[in-house]
Design a protein around this ligand. Structure first.
Ligand SMILES: [Fe+2]
Length: 195
């Protein structure tokens, strides 16, 4: 029983060159993202099996791992979709308006988002979210795949800052990867998520 499936990329493996190479994108999607999908399915199966056999299970460890893998799957799926070939530039319409309202200007937002991405400790994500209680757009750092998240926040834009996202193309120069990302942002997709 497969609950989660690896989505196909919405573009070809070489579509994001020169910002993300075919090899980098291929390994990231086919190996890393695939591993989270398998991990989530395996744990659900393990929980199911333990239920049927009335077996004891280390619930804390199973649920921690389940949340890690589902988080990885969801974030990567959003990440592929919020990039596109021949994209980048500035958002339009309501998203641009809300970015200006919340951050003062698009440039200021870009500066803060870049700083958030660059200062993540270890593996994690930078994300632009709409915090539902206040309706504010907020930048957050996601540790690994699932920590530091606001309970009620919709993800609008995510950037994978795990080393596996850039080491083939940029080695330790993650700043170059963040610069490259700004040329790939699919603002139309981000705008849809805001709705
Ligand atoms: Fe990743």
């Amino acid at each position: 029983m497969e609950t989660y499936k690896l989505p196909e990329l919405p573009y070809a493996y070489n579509a994001l060159v020169p910002y993300i190479s075919e090899e980098q994108l291929g390994i990231h999607h086919d190996k890393h993202h695939a591993a989270y999908v398998k991990g989530a399915n395996d744990i659900l199966e393990k929980l199911d099996k333990a239920r049927k056999e009335s077996a004891e299970i280390d619930m804390k460890s199973a649920l921690k791992s389940l949340s890690f893998n589902i988080g990885g799957h969801i974030l990567h799926s959003l990440f592929w979709a919020n990039m596109a070939p021949k994209a980048g530039g500035e958002p339009k319409g309501k998203l641009l308006e809300e970015i200006k309202n919340n951050f003062g200007s698009f440039d200021q937002f870009k500066k803060e988002f870049t700083a958030a991405a660059m200062s993540i400790e270890g593996s994690g994500w930078a994300a632009l979210v709409k915090e539902e209680k206040s309706g504010k757009l907020i930048i957050m750092q996601i540790e690994k795949h699932n920590q530091n998240m606001y309970p009620a926040a919709s993800l609008i834009l995510v950037l994978d800052m795990w080393e596996h996202a850039f080491y083939i193309d940029y080695k330790n120069e993650k700043g170059k990867f963040v610069d490259a990302f700004w040329n790939l942002v699919n603002w139309a997709e981000a705008g849809k998520r805001l709705q």
